[in-house]
Design a protein around this ligand. Sequence first.
Ligand SMILES: Cc1cc2nc3c(=O)[nH]c(=O)nc-3n(C[C@H](O)[C@H](O)[C@H](O)COP(=O)(O)O)c2cc1C
Length: 147
Amino acid sequence: MKAIFTKDQTEAESLKEVLRLSDQLTEEVLSSDLLVIASPMWNFGLPSSLKAWDDHIVRPGKTFRYAGDGVEGRARGKKAILVLASGGVFSEGPWKSWDTVEPYLRLILGFIGITEVQTARAEGMNIPALTPYAIPAAERAIETLAI
Ligand SMILES: Cc1cc2nc3c(=O)[nH]c(=O)nc-3n(C[C@H](O)[C@H](O)[C@H](O)COP(=O)(O)O)c2cc1C
């Protein structure tokens, strides 16, 4: 006798593992009042590990739901702080539009209902003339955050 699976058993097991992790990460977000996301810029965007976290926590029926003619974030009433490090300067100047980190994180957080988002940047980390000022500027920005 031969058992027939619609999915390969190994694949089904690994999907269960992924779902368990996703449930855990999603629960962490839903039970928090404040999210602090610290990230470097890699190739003008997020490191793939942070993108993977996004993919785990943006969950229909949990952190957002399809409603009426659109979608509704379900992680409302929370705050988020982005602590972003980059070699160059992206908060202003000619490279501003090259930054996909902050706009993307704000988009994802907004999508799940978190719109109170503040940013502190350590930027210019790799530009010799700016390096000495990058961390002090970030520390000052952190001091002005409204938590
Ligand atoms: C793989 C890699 C890619 C990077 N890409 C960029 C980039 O696109 N733009 C930039 O300004 N800095 C870039 N950097 C520099 C980092 O953002 C910068 O060094 C930052 O301070 C790293 O933060 P950390 O020290 O917390 O890891 C890159 C660094 C690495 C290792």
